[in-house]
Design a protein around this ligand. Structure first.
Ligand SMILES: [Zn+2]
Length: 485
């Protein structure tokens, strides 16, 4: 049960480098402010978190002979991995084993590619049949295929698409590279580099480059050397396309944020080279000026603070002016010495002491909101089945509960929509239990034939909110809102 309280944090005069000690944390250094600023920047810039996601696949059909064989091989590898490494074996023998295991990793990737391509072809056939029968919009043919692969691989839909793209390219246009991979003579990484470096070529050109690479001894090259050779041949095969690709790449410019250990985060920008260089030069120039004034901070700290100040328009980096959602265990309020973990929405779990620091040491005038995880039996929040859309406090609570991230297992994309788990058109209520945060893609995939999403735990008691997704092959995956109280 989430019980919401509001508070207004009174502005306090704090400057960087003079962090105030707060209850529950000792031995804080000056750098703590930069920890907090990154943490807060993380929260305001994006809505991801480390919230626990669990997913479990269950095969809908009995395992076939190949699956049984693969499962036995898996058990064998597991046994090898847990064998006491002090068991005597000559050093030369160990190197031989290491080499063969490396080949097996590559060959396993190739075998997985073959399964992906076969699965995708069969699914497209099914979709086309459904289109012919009038049951599917032709524009939706192909949708949800990579998503099923992603669930099986326990990766995000984005990476599912990427993997399927690599598998298709190797299968259709790069047979020699695919053959080397299947034989374990090049790594999956090198194969992916060849796919990536040749992606602007048409089928015929790609096959030509593939042949050239194999003849040039691709397997003898380092990953860097392999990529450089692939790039060279790809350029020679289609110089105009290569230049056009450089221009297309500029359309992919973006900013992303990833969690880092110790309540830090990494904010990165994929930028056209001259702009990236200009940004870095501007930060360095400003840093030089500040260092010359005798500032006590290190160059790295000044550059990081300057980055935040320039991006946010704040006078100082720590004055983060933003609403921060913090979920704090109720026990920790009743007992200040209670340990435990709080949750910064959009970032993930942090020690309760750090959460208190965020609330007390930031100088910005900002609204903050505390949410307490309370024992079960509290008041029911936000259930208004007549309303069509999730909004207001209800929307906020669902977003907090889902950690700001898509609830599809392994997805991790920021929430773009609040979705009715049981569709509104089927009588699904607009309630805390029946709502979930999803990315734009997840919202479309669930509409494909054979997909089914349902609530299996309402999240109002001790058990966290849990959603089960069933895919067209009958596999099921669980998504649990986390972390659990
Ligand atoms: Zn998603």
């Amino acid at each position: 049960m989430l019980l919401e309280r509001w508070g207004r944090c009174s502005p306090v005069s704090m400057r960087p480098g003079r962090a105030r000690s707060a209850a529950g944390v000792s031995g804080r250094s000056e750098s703590t402010n930069s920890h907090l600023l990154s943490l807060l920047t993380a929260t305001l810039s994006n809505m991801w978190s480390n919230a626990v996601r669990t997913g479990a696949a269950q095969a809908s059909e009995a395992a076939d002979a190949v699956t049984a064989e693969l499962t036995a091989m898996l058990a064998r590898f597991t046994a090898l991995a847990t064998t006491d490494s002090t068991e005597p074996a000559a050093d030369g023998v160990r190197i031989d084993r290491i080499a063969v295991l490396e080949q097996i990793k590559a060959a396993a990737a190739a075998a997985q590619h073959a399964e992906m391509v076969g699965f995708a072809r069969a699914q497209v056939e099914t979709h086309l049949a459904q289109t012919g029968a009038g049951g599917l919009d032709p524009a939706a043919v192909g949708r949800g295929i990579a998503d099923q692969i992603a669930l099986a691989c326990r990766v995000s839909p984005y990476h599912g698409s990427r993997r399927l793209g690599v598998a298709r390219a190797l299968d259709v246009d790069l047979p020699a590279t695919a053959e080397l991979l299947a034989a374990g003579r090049i790594s999956e990484h090198v194969a992916e580099l060849v796919v990536s470096e040749t992606r602007h070529l048409d089928n015929e050109q790609r096959r030509l480059v593939d042949k050239q690479l194999a003849e040039a001894g691709l397997e003898e090259l380092s990953p860097r050397g392999a990529a450089a050779l692939a790039r060279k041949h790809a350029y020679e095969a289609d110089p105009a396309g290569y230049l056009a690709r450089g221009r297309t790449a500029r359309a992919d410019r973006r900013v992303s944020l990833r969690p880092a250990p110790d309540t830090m985060s990494t904010l990165s920008g994929l930028l056209p080279v001259e702009q990236g260089v200009a940004c870095f030069a501007a930060l360095r120039a400003r840093t030089d000026t500040i260092v010359a004034t005798g500032d006590a901070r290190t160059r790295d700290q000044i550059m990081a603070d300057t980055l935040v100040e320039r991006l946010t328009g704040q006078a100082t980096a720590t004055d983060v002016n933003v609403e921060v959602g913090i979920v704090v265990p109720l026990d920790s309020l009743l007992d200040p010495d209670h340990g435990g973990t709080a949750e910064i929405v959009g970032h993930g779990p942090v020690p309760v002491g750090i959460a208190h620091d965020v609330l007390t040491s930031t100088a910005g005038r900002r609204w903050w909101r505390r949410l307490f995880t309370a024992p079960e039996g509290g008041p029911l929040i936000g259930a208004d089945p007549r309303r069509r859309r999730f909004d207001g406090v209800l929307a906020h609570l669902i977003t907090i509960r889902d950690g700001g991230r898509c609830r599809d297992p392994f997805c991790d994309a920021p929430i773009r929509h609040l979705d009715h788990i049981r569709p509104y058109r089927s009588g699904g209520p607009t309630s805390y239990t029946n709502g979930r945060g999803v990315c734009a893609r997840g919202n479309h995939v669930r509409e494909m034939p054979g997909w089914h999403v349902e609530v299996v735990a309402d999240g109002l008691g001790r058990q966290p909110h849990t959603v089960r997704t069933t895919t067209p092959t009958g596999h099921t995956y669980l998504s649990t809102a986390g972390p659990a109280p």
